[in-house]
Design a protein around this ligand. Structure first.
Ligand SMILES: [Zn+2]
Length: 139
């Protein structure tokens, strides 16, 4: 195994300054302001928030929506290939179930299907161990 080709994180969008300081671009995947190809639909998000749709169905609908979009148009997926270290972001609190945690594995699978080596680093939260990332961001 050599060094990964990609480092993938998730992050709460409110922590953008922390990501910026580490040199990790934030990829907004919210339905409100983000890349729509990776966002849930308002309909499904509102149904989930209102409690009329459970996590399982919300995840299922989300996968269907995003993968259907992928089958029709891969440009947004391809556009991110130039970014080797990135954090998928939405507004939901760290620790909450939400679509950024559903999307990260999808994008990782996409990169792996292209033969890329990917390291998933989980949720980006302020932590002393991340000090080592400052060196990486200078590369
Ligand atoms: Zn979210």
């Amino acid at each position: 195994m050599g060094e990964p080709d990609y480092w993938i994180w998730t992050i709460q969008i409110g922590r953008w300054r922390y990501a910026r300081d580490l040199g990790i671009p934030i990829i907004d995947i919210t339905v409100k302001s983000g890349i729509q190809a990776f966002a849930p639909t308002w309909e499904n998000l509102n149904a989930y928030r209102a409690g009329v749709m459970d996590k399982r169905e919300y995840a299922q609908r989300y996968y269907e929506k995003v993968l259907e979009g992928f089958s029709q148009d891969q440009r947004e997926w391809q556009a991110l290939e130039v970014t080797r270290n990135m954090a998928f972001a939405c507004y939901c609190k760290t620790g909450d179930f939400c679509h950024r945690h559903l999307f990260a594995p999808l994008y990782i699978t996409y990169l792996q299907s292209l033969g890329r080596r990917v390291q998933f680093l989980g949720e980006l939260v302020p932590h002393p161990n991340n000090i080592g990332l400052y060196a990486r961001s200078e590369n």
